[in-house]
Design a protein around this ligand. Structure first.
Ligand code: NAD
Length: 302
């Protein structure tokens, strides 16, 4: 059996088109566009590249994008003042603080200072609580789990009554996606199991999964024989396992591998996401969707 490939790049493009249309519609009817501020503290190269990609996407969608770069010696107190300024700014619908923050800055304090109604990353405890309650309470599902759910739903995979096994219990992927899949809602209604480093028999749980979501950060952790024939496998893992020469640019780039042994797994699974090009492209897309929705909530359109 050769699995159907769930391409994050294609689903991303589809959702970006919908967001772009939503922005145009609101602009025509209400004369406003979504406002997103990206706060980058310091010069971490990976953070710069993530922020650059977010800014580029926001601008291409017609958002009002404010790029706020700050020096690496910024204190927690100074950052709190900055957050307060954007909390009060009516033109800003989404506040994104790029992580990690420099050592010495109280990351938790900074993230908790963001107005929950502008917390488009969905990490504020109020939004975590809203996600847990589910239904109309949910404003901003965290971006990677939201992207995973979109990929499953848009691929036409039945989730109602499905056995979903999530490998990993992090606050940014494992716990929220498990929570989302068990809600009484479309694209959910699943029976969910979370497995982690203390789980006794990882293989036995994985073998039961109709939908297997793997977010452990361990290359090749899930063995092909753990996959139920025909299952949907969502590989969230992004692991740098070496370097290779890019065919496009001739430059050295990171060689990435997922948490699932893709070549063998695709012969057993019914659906599978590649790494790269699977879950990865979805995260920024869902950040943009949350920012548009933030404006919609403000205008009473949602
Ligand atoms: P994390 O390190 O915070 O959490 C990993 C989880 O996996 C932990 O709960 C741990 O208990 C579990 N785990 C680790 N090793 C295990 C093992 N041997 N057996 C069972 N469980 C094990 O990581 P994270 O932030 O959730 O990210 C997970 C992976 O997903 C990473 O590779 C990360 O790079 C990737 N990721 C990708 C995206 C994206 O594509 N947009 C976004 C977030 C994370």
């Amino acid at each position: 059996m050769t699995a159907k490939l769930i391409k994050g790049t294609e689903i991303r493009d589809e959702i970006l088109k919908e967001i772009e249309a939503g922005v145009k519609d609101i602009k025509e009817k209400h004369g406003v566009v979504p406002g997103l501020v990206t706060i980058l503290v310091g010069e971490n190269p990976a953070s710069i590249s993530y922020v650059t990609a977010k800014i580029k996407t926001a601008k291409a969608l017609g958002f009002n994008e404010i790029q706020d770069n700050q020096s690496p010696d910024m204190t927690t107190e100074e950052l709190l003042v900055l957050i307060d300024k954007y909390n009060k700014d009516d033109a800003i619908n989404g506040i994104l603080v790029q992580l990690p923050l420099p050592k010495g800055v109280d990351e938790k304090k900074v993230l908790n200072a963001i107005d929950p109604d502008k917390d488009v990353d969905g990490f504020h405890p109020i939004n975590v609580g809203r996600l847990m309650i589910g239904g109309p309470e949910v404003k901003f599902p965290p971006c990677t789990p939201a992207g995973i759910q979109e990929m499953i739903v848009r691929s036409g995979i039945e989730t109602s009554g499905a056995e979903v096994v999530v490998v990993g219990r992090s606050n940014i992927v494992g716990k929220p996606i498990a929570n989302m899949m068990l809600q009484k809602a479309d694209g959910a209604n699943a029976t969910v199991t979370i497995v982690h480093t203390r789980t006794k028999d990882l293989a036995a749980h994985c073998k039961r999964a109709d939908i297997l979501i793997v977010a452990a950060g361990v290359p090749g952790l899930v063995k092909p024989e753990w996959i139920k024939p025909g299952a949907c496998v969502i590989d969230v893992g992004v692991n740098r396992v070496g370097e290779k020469i890019s065919e496009k640019t001739g430059k050295k780039i990171a060689l990435l591998k997922g948490d699932v042994d893709f070549d063998e797994a695709k012969e057993i699974a019914g659906y599978i996401t590649p790494v790269p090009g699977g879950v990865g492209p979805m995260t920024i897309t869902m950040l943009m969707k949350n920012t548009l929705n933030s404006l919609k909530f403000k205008l009473g359109l949602m």
